[in-house]
Structures are given as structure tokens and as C-alpha cells.
Design a protein around this ligand. Structure first.
Ligand code: BES
Ligand code: ZN
Length: 633
């Protein structure tokens, strides 16, 4: 009872603005509340924020490329219930050397029993301390970090480092409470060997860096908004920057800069369009970094600095939907953040909807309708693969095998749900609600239940007929697809589908207007071909359209999926080139799965290619492909 009372008092304090005076050199920083309901309890973290929580992280780290370690100190500011004995942090593979209080007095600490997925709890006896300093180093195989050799970069002369925090990887290099519902401000000083530059997902305080002795430079950063800790990100390498507009720019290796800047030339307009839709961009600059091909995702919405795969650089701006997507996360995800990963759709479904609105604003309705129709196809595929009764087809997926959810559900069903609401109430009303939703919950965690409560209070307003027709609870908590789903525009691919039918009826490839099709039309066509085709037909397609040599990664992927599923030997060299040339999981993992699915033909090819490719892949990708090759997927 006593401790309950302590916790309650503490939570009241935690919900308000910081209740202690600012320390020297510290502006009064905003402290974001932690939600307390059962649906906001993060099973992926050991933290117990109701007892003690981190409010600010200060990193002082050396990037040691020879040892592949980050080495130094993390100083954490805490809020704790009166008399709280300890704080529990998340740690995975961290080598802790010492923990002290703010005055340098040693504190007791222990790494407790953990598990393979989450790592270990790091418990520190805090006494009266509200600041603790942890001296540590990350392990050489820290999953968040990828240390690249010069050969894995475009320039081939300098090593490179990048991080990927989402969902629960940052605990492999930062000892903090690694939970999206525990928002933290942060600052960092990072040293790296010259001539490398360091960039992070926050304000750059020392663009050129300061001398730091022994041929090293130090780079400082800060993030004064409280963010989910998975959004702390770093990259270091031979980097150059190009301004794209007053608020936007891009980093990449010098040799890539011209092509990358051309490809991303619409970004400033996207920011403007996004602000017109859903309110001010609150993060200062919107910069991007195009990483080496090992980056395991298409994009990652690290605040102020989106991380992008070079597989987006198609030469014709066709794949910049991913930029719109990561930009949209500046609202859905970074401003209003899922409190737990079971509600990942609140980040990704909202963002996929918002992405499509940006694409419509910049490139027009036809292109947006096509991309939305591809998203519908992805959802249908997921419903079939998972089975429409599977709990994994629920938007709020709290089943215990935590895999992050299928993107066809979290992204595509999530966005189709929002489009369904939009069509029911009209765009104007929906946009006004969504804009206000971002304002009301800015810099705060969100759950499915809070989202529904907000929607009911501020959009539905007790309209019983509207409430009944929307089927909100079914959308969020039940498997499958409600029958009121907003369907894609049937005109989006009508011409492509007609041409595909003619080809499927035996018509020649040369009759197809393939050369006039955009990437979405080409992908729609390839995905609509029967999964079993004779090699003569595949050869005809490849010859007519140069599919194996496609420079568009989405088209090449769709083609290779079809070709490998048909044991089409002439496509194997292209597959090998693709799979050894980049490490984006979305492409890599399904292609290996397809090969392994082709038994005695495909498995040896998969094993041979993987032996060459694996050393270049990020841990996110090797973990998926290892499972595929073990036959677990
Ligand atoms: N935040 C995601 C990437 C992510 C999700 C990383 C879950 C770790 C766990 C990012 O915004 C994303 O969705 N990227 C997509 C691109 C998008 C256009 C669908 C990707 O990487 O393909
Ligand atoms: Zn996303």
C-alpha cells in the first residue's frame, strides 16, 4: 500500500513539467509522461518506469573502428519515486566498467537474468542519486551497429559505421531504458578518426568537429525534444553534404552526392506539402543520409536525419515514396509514438496513409492511387499468407511471439483503416481531426485505446450511425478485414491488368506496352503473372524488357521472385549480383526464401550465394536469413 502511494505520487509528478530546478548548463527540458495502463506496459523492456525512469541521456563515446566498439560514458538523468531503491535499464552485450553518481561516487550495479531477445536488466542502486554515469563499451557484435570495411563503401578508402535502433537494438550500444514509451532528451559527443565525419539524429553543434587528439575529431549533437530512445542514431564515414532547400539536405559519400541529390530533389516540396496537411514540422531541419548498401531497411525515420538505402536511387525519382514515408514519421511515430510495439500500426499505418497523401500532393492522384493499390495487394497477400483468422492480422497484436508484425497488416491494413475513416467522414473533417490529433499528443506515447478514445471524442462526437458504420473495434482488435474497407481505385491499374490478361492468354511479350509503364505498373504486371511459367515465357520477358538488368530495385525484386520460383537458371547471376550488392532485408529475405522453397534446385544456390553475401549483411538481415536457411520460416 505504502509503495503504491509512493508510485502514485511519483506518477503525478512525472506527468507534470519537471519538478526540479534545472542544473547548470541545462535548459529546463520538457519531461514527457509515461503511460501507466496495462496496454502501455512494454514487454520488450526490463524498465520499471513507475519506480524510476530516465529523462535525459548524455553520451560521450569514442568510435573505435579497430575494435568495433563504442567506448566511453553514458550519463543519465533520472526521475524516481521517493525512496525508490533502484533504476532498471536495458542492456544487451554491454561491458559495464563502472557506475557512479553525479559526483563520481561509485554505485552498486548488477546485470540480471535476461533472455536472447531482450538482453539483460542492468539494475543500479541509486540511493538519492538522480544522475548516474555509466562507463562501458559495446560489444563488437552489437546488433544495432554495423562496422563496414572500406571495401563495403562506395569510395573504398575509409571505414564506415551506422546504427539501426528500431525496434529494440539500441540497448546494444546505449545503456538506457530502451522503451518507446519512455521518452528522453539526449546529447552526445562522439569522436572518430580523421577524416571521418559523424552525423546523428539531432541538432549538429559542431559541423566540422573539434580536434580531439591522436588524429581524431569530436562531434557534438543534441536533441532537446523528448524522443523514444530507438530514435537515437549515428553514422560515421567519409561523408559529404548537399543542401536541397532551405530546410532540407542530404549526406552521402562524395562519389554518390550528385546522383543522390538529383534523386531527392523533391524533398523540400514534400516537407511543405506535409506541413500543409498536418501542421508544422517541429524538428528544425529535415536532412537525409544515403547509406552504403548494407543498410537493412529502405528507410529509417531518425529525427532530423532520415536514413536511406541506396537501392532507392533509381535515377528517375520513382522510389521517393520512401522519403515521403520517413518524412511522415516526423508526425506519426516521432511526434506521436506507439507506447509498445504491439501497437506498431500507430506508427506505420498512420505513416503509410500520410505518405500516400504527400505523394498525391506532389505527384498527383494517379500515382498515389497506384501506390495505394499496390499497398492493398500487399495487405491481401498478408491476409492469405497468415490466414484471415490469425491473431497476427489484428492491428493491435499483443500475441507473445514478438516479431514486429507483418508489414502487410501493420502498414497496409493500418493505412486502409484510416482511409476507410477518411471516406466515411470526408477528407476535410478527417484532415482537421488528424492534424489536431498530432497537436494534442505531440511528444507523447500513444496506445490503440487512447487513439480510439481520441477519435470518438473528437471526430465521431457520439454520432451513433457513424460509430456503427466504422466498426472501429473490429478494425483494431479483430483479425481479418472488415467489410467496410475502403477499396483501391479500380482505374489505377485497369490498363495494365488488361494487357496482363492478354499476355496470360498467350499473347506475345512484344505486345505489352512495358516500356511506357512506370515502376508501379511494372511491379503490378510482374506480380500478376501466374507463379508458374515455362522457361520459354520467362526468357521471352527477360529478352523483351531486360528484366534481369533492371536498375529499379523494386522491379528487379519482383522479377527475381518470379524467375527463381520457376527455377529459371538464366536469372541466377542477376540474383547473385543483387544479393551480394545490397543487404536490404525486404529484398534479401524473401529471395532466399524463394530459393530454399525450390528444394534441390534452389537450396544449394541459396547456400552458395549466402556464404558470399552474409559477411556484408547487417545483423537485422542475417537473423532473418539464418532462420530461412534453417527452415524456420
Ligand atoms: N520505421 C520503419 C523501419 C522499421 C520498422 C525498422 C520496424 C525496424 C522495425 C521505416 O519507416 C519503414 O517503414 N521503412 C520501410 C519503407 C517504407 C516506405 C515502407 C522499409 O524499410 O522498407
Ligand atoms: Zn515506417
Amino acid at each position: 500500500m505504502r509503495s503504491l502511494l509512493i508510485v502514485a505520487v511519483f506518477m503525478l509528478a512525472a506527468c507534470g513539467v519537471s519538478n526540479r530546478p534545472a542544473r547548470e548548463g541545462e535548459e529546463a527540458r520538457e519531461v514527457a509522461p509515461v503511460l501507466s495502463g496495462a496496454d502501455a506496459r512494454d514487454e520488450s523492456s526490463f524498465a520499471r518506469p513507475e519506480v524510476a525512469r530516465v529523462t535525459h541521456v548524455a553520451l560521450d563515446l569514442d568510435a573505435d573502428f579497430a575494435a568495433r566498439r563504442m567506448t566511453g560514458t553514458a550519463t543519465l538523468d533520472l526521475q524516481a519515486a521517493p525512496g525508490a531503491p533502484e533504476i532498471i535499464l536495458d542492456s544487451k552485450g554491454l561491458e559495464i566498467q563502472q557506475v557512479t553518481d553525479g559526483e563520481g561516487q561509485p554505485l552498486q550495479w548488477a546485470l540480471g537474468q535476461g533472455d536472447e531477445r531482450r538482453g539483460q536488466p542492468l539494475t543500479v542502486r541509486i540511493g538519492e542519486a538522480r544522475r548516474i554515469a555509466i562507463r562501458y563499451r559495446s560489444a563488437p557484435n552489437a546488433e544495432a551497429l554495423q562496422w563496414l570495411t572500406p571495401a563495403q563503401t562506395a569510395g573504398r578508402r575509409h571505414p564506415y559505421l551506422f546504427s539501426q535502433g528500431q525496434a529494440i537494438l539500441n540497448r546494444t550500444w546505449i545503456p538506457t531504458q530502451d522503451s518507446p514509451g519512455i521518452r528522453q532528451t539526449w546529447e552526445a559527443r562522439i569522436t572518430a578518426p580523421e577524416p571521418l565525419k559523424v552525423v546523428m539524429s539531432g541538432e549538429r553543434l559542431t559541423p566540422e568537429g573539434d580536434p580531439a587528439g591522436e588524429g581524431r575529431r569530436a562531434f557534438r549533437f543534441r536533441m532537446n525534444h523528448p524522443v523514444a530512445p530507438y530514435l537515437i542514431a549515428i553514422a560515421a564515414g567519409d561523408l559529404a553534404f548537399r543542401e536541397l532547400g532551405p530546410h532540407t539536405g542530404v549526406w552521402t559519400e562524395p562519389g554518390m552526392l550528385d546522383g543522390v541529390a538529383r534523386e531527392l530533389g523533391d524533398t523540400e516540396r514534400m516537407v511543405t506539402a506535409a506541413e500543409q496537411l498536418y501542421g508544422p514540422y517541429r524538428w528544425g531541419r529535415y536532412d537525409m543520409i544515403v547509406l552504403p548498401p548494407a543498410f537493412p531497411y529502405g528507410g529509417m525515420e531518425n529525427p532530423t536525419l532520415t536514413f536511406l538505402t541506396p537501392t532507392l536511387i533509381a535515377g528517375d525519382r520513382s522510389l521517393v515514396g520512401t522519403v515521403a514515408h520517413e518524412l511522415a514519421h516526423s508526425w506519426s511515430g516521432n511526434l506521436v509514438t506507439n507506447a509498445v510495439w504491439a501497437d506498431g500500426w500507430l506508427n506505420e499505418g498512420f505513416t503509410t496513409y500520410f505518405e500516400n497523401r504527400i505523394m498525391e500532393a506532389i505527384y498527383g492522384r494517379e500515382r498515389a492511387a497506384q501506390e495505394a493499390a499496390l499497398s492493398w495487394d500487399e495487405m491481401q497477400k498478408a491476409l492469405i499468407e497468415l490466414g484471415a483468422n490469425s491473431p497476427h492480422t489484428r492491428l493491435h497484436d499483443d500475441s507473445d511471439d514478438q516479431d514486429g508484425g507483418s508489414s502487410g497488416i501493420v502498414y497496409d491494413k493500418g493505412s486502409i483503416f484510416l482511409r476507410t475513416v477518411e471516406r466515411a467522414v470526408g477528407r476535410e473533417r478527417f484532415d482537421a481531426w488528424l492534424r489536431a490529433y498530432f497537436d494534442r499528443h505531440a511528444f507523447q506515447p500513444m496506445t490503440s485505446a487512447r487513439f480510439l478514445a481520441d477519435l470518438r471524442a473528437n471526430l465521431i462526437h457520439g454520432d451513433r450511425a457513424l460509430e456503427r458504420s466504422l466498426k472501429l473495434d473490429q478494425w483494431v482488435y479483430q483479425p481479418g478485414l472488415p467489410d467496410n474497407a475502403a477499396r483501391p481505385d479500380p482505374a489505377a491499374f485497369a490498363a495494365v491488368d488488361r494487357a496482363t490478361r492478354a499476355f496470360n492468354g498467350g499473347g506475345p511479350a512484344s505486345d505489352l506496352p512495358y516500356s511506357r509503364w512506370n515502376w508501379a505498373e511494372r511491379v503490378r504486371f510482374l506480380n500478376a503473372l501466374p507463379r508458374q511459367l515455362p522457361s520459354g515465357r520467362l526468357a521471352e520477358l527477360d529478352r523483351a524488357f531486360g528484366l534481369s538488368a533492371s536498375g529499379n530495385s523494386e522491379v528487379l525484386f519482383a522479377w527475381l521472385q518470379l524467375a527463381l520460383a520457376n527455377r529459371f537458371d538464366p536469372a541466377v547471376p542477376a540474383a547473385e549480383r543483387f544479393l551480394t550488392g545490397m543487404g536490404r532485408r525486404k529484398f534479401v529475405s524473401p529471395l532466399f526464401e524463394t530459393m530454399v522453397g525450390q528444394g534441390e534446385w534452389g537450396r544449394p544456390i541459396a547456400q552458395r550465394i549466402y556464404a558470399r553475401a552474409r559477411p556484408g549483411y547487417h545483423a537485422v538481415t542475417t537473423q532473418s536469413v539464418d532462420r530461412v536457411l534453417r527452415g524456420e520460416s
